[in-house]
Design a protein around this ligand. Structure first.
Ligand SMILES: Nc1nc(=O)c2c([nH]1)NC[C@@H]1CN(c3ccc(C(=O)N[C@@H](CCC(=O)O)C(=O)O)cc3)C=[N+]21
Length: 293
């Protein structure tokens, strides 16, 4: 038996189609969503991600605004760029590409973002709303990768209500925030958050109906620690050099052996990555719709 594929690429394409229609409706009402990006420094990976976001925008009709600063930018210069995006009416949502260069206080930069324009959904105000509004709808941006994972599962018919979910990794963008979404009353999953201080990782993963692997440790999820028939979502983005081609490629947290025991596995690449990008676009369109009233 081999697991079925949680196809993030195809699902993201479907979502982009839906967004294109919503952007056209907004255009008819004279509103154009615009995504801003702030990139500091010249890390090729970060540049590649940011370029991809602007390509996605062009596909669905969202305007693009770019702020690119050199590696040597000061705290003040980075904060000034955030304020320009906050004040630019063409920019309905924006992201500060992470990580920022050493020496820049990331928390201070992120807290300066206008919460209503926080396309990543990682501003303390928006994360705070996620903590507080357990039972009611949330009319502010949600974190992109957690939202993308849930959308990916729901659109493949994976039952979340009553499911035991084990999350591996406590990073802010995924591990720490996904449980806040999954335990909302409207979703009703039960969540265990494991991390490097967890005494017995296997005990928690073997109990899980769904594993969300966001540790950034290549192959940490092996077949022997997965319950037969479980659903496994691979969020890891480590890089390694392919011994055959000599090229750098993405390696996930999920060992290929898991395909023989799980019911569904998200490929990596082609799983959570494209969904994250689609949810960023969704956040920008949601924000523009709220602005339009
Ligand atoms: N403010 C901020 N927001 C982010 O959302 C953010 C960030 N900073 N910094 C870096 C991480 C990483 N991230 C990815 C997004 C898409 C893919 C993606 O689409 N990957 C493709 C291709 C992977 C490949 O082959 O290189 C895939 O999975 O199929 C991957 C990783 C967003 N991040």
């Amino acid at each position: 038996m081999t697991a079925q594929v949680l196809d993030g690429k195809a699902t993201a394409a479907a979502i982009k189609g839906e967004l294109t229609a919503r952007v056209a409706e907004l255009a008819a009402r004279g509103v154009r969503p615009g995504l801003g990006t702030l990139l500091v420094g010249d890390d090729p990976g970060s540049r590649w991600y940011v370029n991809g976001k602007h390509k996605d925008c062009a596909e669905v009709g969202i305007a693009s605004i770019r702020e690119d600063l050199p590696e040597t930018a000061t705290q003040q210069e980075v904060e000034d760029a955030v304020q320009r995006l906050n004040n630019d009416p063409a920019c309905t949502g924006f992201i500060v590409q992470l990580p920022l260069p050493k020496g820049i206080d990331t928390h201070r930069v992120l807290e300066l973002i206008d919460p209503a324009k926080d396309a990543d959904g990682l501003h303390p105000t928006n994360l705070g709303r996620l903590v507080l509004r357990v039972n009611e709808p949330i009319d502010s941006p949600l974190p992109c990768t957690p939202r993308g994972i849930i959308e990916l599962l729901e659109r493949h018919g994976v039952e979340l209500a009553g499911a035991d979910v084990t999350v591996v990794g406590r990073g802010t963008t995924v591990g720490r925030s996904i449980g806040l979404l999954l335990t909302r009353r409207a979703i009703n999953a039960t969540v265990t958050l494991t991390h490097t201080g967890t005494a017995d990782l296997a005990e928690h993963t073997r109990n899980a109906d769904i594993i969300v692997a966001a540790a950034g440790v290549p192959g940490i999820i092996t077949a022997d620690i997965v319950k037969p028939g479980a659903v496994v979502v691979d969020v890891g983005v480590s890089r390694a050099t392919d011994p055959e081609t000599g090229k750098s490629r993405v390696v996930g947290d999920v060992d290929p052996g898991v395909l023989e025991i799980a019911s569904w596995v998200s490929p990596n690449p082609g799983g959570v990555g494209p969904m994250t990008r689609a949810m960023l676009l969704s956040n920008v369109v949601d924000t523009a719709e709220r602005l339009a009233g």
